[in-house]
Design a protein around this ligand. Structure first.
Ligand SMILES: NC(=O)c1ccc[n+]([C@@H]2O[C@H](COP(=O)([O-])OP(=O)(O)OC[C@H]3O[C@@H](n4cnc5c(N)ncnc54)[C@H](O)[C@@H]3O)[C@@H](O)[C@H]2O)c1
Length: 322
């Protein structure tokens, strides 16, 4: 039996992780600790309560007392999925990003030590490594230098430094995952793919930043969650694992492919002024997690996208957020 304390379990990736654990790991219990910000929605967890192995606690990871009160001494692992996650919001104001992503991570690390939690898994992002050049054939590896370019990425990089320091200074058993762009059901419709699907289904314009040629490395959310569980169970203490599905796409090609699949005209596309400091290309080398832990993505771009589109078509209310 493993008792998991998952933060941010009402969000896009966190809820996929909670559902996966409850579905596939019958010996695990889950405490979902989530502040229910604009991005958190308990409707993302249908049937969780009925398993008898799940409890929800409404709380803020930056609130030390609330975290200590919620964290039971028999907790085997904390998986820190909670974050402010949208780059555009961090450009408008970084305050919440500092509080949740940096202070919140440190509070959880302190609480993990105090409660003698077995393992701490930090969900990070490839964005801590900055941007690769457009015509490049290089990839992010675990030893790529830190070069965060947005306030969001800077806050996630800072969080990683505190996780590393907790391992080095106090011997806390920590592991970090750095994943690329996730797609799948239940993503808040401010992000590219759900925004595109929601607008396209209503025949509304699709905003595309700059020249649309920015490259992102896409992974189906359940594949990311399976990678998190591999790292939880088999990752080396103190290690970092890049997570990617070798699936680089230019934004404009992705938008055109999805519009075509939906039978919608490309005339819905509207180029808008580029995001400030917009990273050009992300591309992940996942060799380490593949070779060390035997993880592989299960979905192809085609199968993952089909599942995603089908879900948004069948859930018109949820695809628009709360
Ligand atoms: N979405 C991606 O493509 C992607 C890629 C790589 C890494 N990540 C990382 O994965 C994690 C989850 O991303 P997501 O897309 O699911 O985010 P999300 O915005 O969909 O969900 C975030 C969740 O965290 C909760 N939360 C926010 N602040 C909190 C706080 N102070 N205390 C407790 N809960 C709080 C929200 O209520 C929400 O449920 C983040 O750490 C993000 O950096 C995301």
């Amino acid at each position: 039996m493993a008792n998991l304390f998952i933060t941010g379990g009402a969000g896009f990736i966190g809820s996929a992780l909670v559902r996966l654990v409850l579905d596939e790991l019958p010996d695990c219990t889950v405490t979902n600790f989530d502040a229910l910000t604009y991005a958190g929605n308990l409707d993302n967890l249908p049937g969780a309560e009925a398993t008898g192995r799940y409890r929800f606690i409404h709380g803020d990871i930056a609130d030390r007392q609330a975290v200590l009160a919620a964290l039971e001494p028999n907790t085997d692992a904390i998986i820190n999925v909670a974050a402010e996650s949208h780059v555009d919001r961090s450009i408008t104001s970084a305050d919440a990003f500092l509080r949740t992503n940096v202070l919140g991570t440190q509070v959880l690390l302190d609480a993990a030590r105090e409660r003698r939690v077995g393992r701490f898994v930090q969900i990070s992002t490839d964005e801590v490594m900055g941007s690769l050049s457009d015509d490049d054939t290089t990839f992010f590896t675990e030893s790529s230098p830190f070069a965060p370019n947005s306030p969001y990425a800077a806050s996630k990089a800072a969080a990683e430094h505190f996780v590393r320091a907790a391992h080095h200074t106090f011997g806390l058993d920590t592991v970090i995952t750095r994943c690329g762009n996730n797609y799948g059901p239940r993503q808040f419709p401010e992000k590219l793919i759900p925004l595109l699907l929601a607008n396209a289904m209503r025949d509304e314009p699709i905003p595309v930043y700059g020249d649309g040629r920015n490259v992102r490395d896409w992974i189906f959310v359940d594949d990311h969650c399976r990678a998190i569980l591999s790292v939880l169970h088999k990752g080396r203490a103190g290690a970092v694992y890049n997570v990617g599905a070798r699936n680089e796409r230019r934004n404009i090609e992705l938008v055109e492919a999805i519009l075509t699949q939906l039978g919608k005209p490309l005339s819905l596309i509207r180029y808008v002024p580029d995001r400030l400091g917009h990273d050009r290309r992300y591309a992940i080398d996942p060799t380490k997690i593949e070779q060390e832990l035997g993880w592989r993505p299960r979905e192809t771009w085609q199968t993952g996208l089909a599942k995603t589109i089908q879900w948004y078509q069948q859930n018109p209310r949820l695809r628009n957020g709360k």
